[in-house]
Design a protein around this ligand. Structure first.
Ligand SMILES: *Cc1c(COP(=O)(O)O)cnc(C)c1O
Length: 356
């Protein structure tokens, strides 16, 4: 039976990427060695790194003055690394609180400066993206989480503010085009929409991190990695390689605008099904719905286990909601096909027929 992976992360990647990556584990590019055993300083791996950087720049139209870095420690380390590098003692930073990941980022920022939470949807159970707030001019930057993986909300556009934006794009990087010039730093753990776990991409505006605000340990200093092309120490060779293959796949499929069209079609399919349902309903406010993670609930909670069984029986894996939200979550990242979403929609429709 074909299994469709709706898991939130680590998550689905294109089948072609799995096939090529498995080949490279046995024999990388016909050199008679595995990608897992070659030096990160070899010309073969340097070519992978160069292509990964070039593809990221091309796919996201990254302007001059930005560096693409591949780091370790996950997006969670970026919560601390951004503020450690950017926020001097006594300086103020603005945060938009849209869910669990924002809250974790805020906690780290509080270690380094004054955190001004300018907007939050916590009171609303994080079912929406706050609007109509302003960012004070004395804020060094404003931090936001572009897609809220757990609550299924997403910034449909980014606020017009007079300070740089620092964004956690872990779960929607490469899902659409963005105006990178608005951002001081964009970071993303690879394992949602880009590659395996173990690498975090950071797109860093060089000017923005040029002035040191404190003494920062070498490994946690962006300038270390900018200066060494992400090769100060051994980089996560295999996750970078697989991420590069995914970027090649995105390019081959027409780039991020084309991917966004498909993502929109997939999201419309699942949300329209939920909106027409007597039994299920989407959790997030309509205008803020995520195209990556569709979070939905069931009116009669007692039917939840049976629905998950029906999903499993149809090969729809990973639909159970996050423990903090309950219900269901269908993660429909770039690599999820419309056929996969249709399969889940069929399960929803049939379950409803049998139980409503
Ligand atoms: C998964 C996730 C994280 C955490 O990523 P790690 O790489 O596990 O640290 C942070 N932010 C968002 C939006 C996520 O989805």
């Amino acid at each position: 039976m074909k299994v469709y992976n709706f898991s939130a992360g680590p998550a689905i990647l294109p089948q072609e990427v799995f096939a090529e990556a498995s080949e490279a584990v046995k024999d990388f590019n016909g050199i008679g060695l595995s990608i897992l055993e070659i030096s990160h300083r070899s010309k073969e791996f340097q070519a992978v790194m160069d292509e990964a950087v070039a593809l990221a720049k091309e796919l996201l139209s990254i302007p001059e003055g930005y560096e693409v870095l591949f780091l370790q420690g996950g997006a969670s380390s970026q919560f601390m690394m951004t503020t450690m590098n950017l926020l001097g003692e006594g300086e103020t930073v603005a945060y938009v609180d849209t869910g669990t990941w924002s809250a974790k980022a805020i906690k780290e920022a509080e270690l380094y400066g004054n955190v001004n939470v300018v907007a939050s949807s916590k009171e609303e159970g994080y079912d929406q993206i706050p609007k109509g707030y302003s960012v004070p001019a004395d804020a060094k930057y404003v931090h936001l989480t572009s897609n809220n993986t757990i609550f299924g909300t997403q910034f449909q556009s980014f606020p017009d503010v007079n300070v740089p934006i620092v964004a956690d794009m872990s779960s929607d990087i490469f899902s659409r085009s963005i105006d990178v010039s608005k951002f001081g730093i964009i970071y993303a753990g690879a394992q949602k929409n880009m590659g395996p776990s173990g690498v975090t991409m950071a797109i860093v505006k060089k000017d923005f991190v040029a002035e040191p605000v404190r003494n920062v340990p070498t490994m946690l200093n962006y300038n270390t990695h900018i200066g060494k092309g992400s090769m100060f120490n051994t980089p996560p060779v295999f996750p970078i390689y697989v991420s590069m293959l995914t970027m090649r796949w995105i390019k081959k499929h027409g780039g991020v605008d084309k991917i966004n069209e498909l993502n929109t079609a997939k999201a419309n399919l699942i949300y329209s099904t939920l909106d027409n349902s007597e039994l299920f309903y989407g959790r997030a406010k309509k205008e803020d719905r995520s195209k990556m993670n569709a979070v939905f609930l069931i009116k009669d909670e007692s039917l939840a286990p049976a629905f998950l069984e029906a999903c499993a029986a149809a090969g729809c894996n990973g639909v159970k909601g996050h423990r903090s939200v309950g219900g269901f979550r269908a993660s429909i990242y770039n690599a999820m096909s419309i056929e996969g979403v249709q399969k889940l929609v069929d399960v929803i429709t049939e379950f409803e027929k049998a139980n409503a």
